[in-house]
Design a protein. Sequence first.
Lengths: 110, 273
Amino acid sequence: MIAVIGLAAGVVLGLILHPDVPLWLQPYLPIAIVAALDALFGALRARLEGTFDEKVFAVSFVSNTVIAAVIVLLGDLIGVGSQLSTAVVVVLGIRIFANVAAIRRKLFHA
Amino acid sequence: MDDLHSAGMGRARPDASMSLLDDITATALDPAYATAKGTRTRHTGLATFVVLLVPGLLLAIAVVHAQRGAPALARQHGQLVRAIHDREHTADRLRRQTAALRADVAGLRRERLAHSRRGRAAERDLTTAARGAALSAATGDGVRVTVDDAPARSGQPQARVYDRDLQTLVNGLWAAGATGIEVNGQRITSTTAIREAGSSILVDFCPVSPPYRLDALGDPDAIPARLADSTAGRRMNTLANGFGIRYDMHSADDLRLPAGSGGTLRYARTAAR
C-alpha cells in the first residue's frame, strides 16, 4: 500500500510542480519512461509473488532508465540512434508483456 | 543462463544459442527479487514510499511533456484557420463598405455637377470614361465560358487550371472583340491582375475557386469563332483534349457585369470658386 501511495504522490507532485524538461534531455524521455514502466511492472509482479524489495526496485529502476538512455545516446553518437531506440523499446516491451502476463495469471488464475 | 535450460538434463539443449526471446521473458522479473532477503528494517515503509515517488514523478513529467507537445501543431493549425476566416470576413466587410462609400461619392458628385452646364458636360465625360475603364456595371449579350480543373483520377496528379491559362483566355476574349469581361464575379479592368498564390488563383486580389466562369459581353456569334481561331482558343483546346481540363463556351443573353474596383483618386485640387 505504501508503494501505491508513494507512486500516486509522485504523480501528483509531478502534475503540481510542472517541471520543464531541459532540451538536451527531451529525446531520451520516452525511452526513460518505457524503462521505468518495465521496472514498475516488475515491481508489481514481485509484490504479487511476495518477493518485493525496495532496494532491488530502486536499483533496477535507476539502472534500467539510465542504461536505456545511455544506449540511445550512444546510438545517436554512432548514427544508429533510432534503430537502437527501436531495439530498446522492443526488448522492454517484451519484458513488460511477460510481467503483465504473469500478473494476470496471478490475479485471475487464468 | 545455461542452468535454466539444462535443468533436469545432463547437457545444454541443442537450441541453447537461440534462446534470446526465452531469456528476455525468463528474466522479465529481475532475479534479484528472488535472491534478496527482505530486509525488514524499521524504515522500510519510508524507503518504499520514497523509492516509488521518483517513478511517479517521472511518469507525470513525461505525460505533461507529451500533452504540451502533441496538440501544439493542431492548435496552431486551428488558430491559423480561424485567423484566415476572420481576415476574410473583415476583407469582405471592408469591400462592401468601399462599394457603398463609392456609390455615395458618385451620387454626391452627380448632384454637385448637375448645378452647371460645365458640370453636366463633365459628368457626361466621366460616365463615358468610367464605362471605358470598366468602372461601371454593364449589361448585354455575350458568351459564357466555363473552365474547370480536370476530374481527379486516382494515381495521377490532377491537371489544374493555372493563372496563365485564365490570363491567355481573357486576352483571347479581348482580342476576339469582347467589350467587358468578368471572372467569377470580378470585373476585369485594364489593371486587374490574375495571379496565383499557393494553389488558388487570385483575380484582383480576390481568391476565386473552380469552376471558373468567364462572362464576356460582345457578339455572341463572332466571339466564339474568333476565339477558336486564335492562339488562346487553340491553347485551351489543347488543354481540354490533352489534360481533360473542362472548357465550355456558349452564348448567353442579358449578362450583368459588376463594376470594377479601382479608379483610385490620385490627383485632386479644390475647385476655384
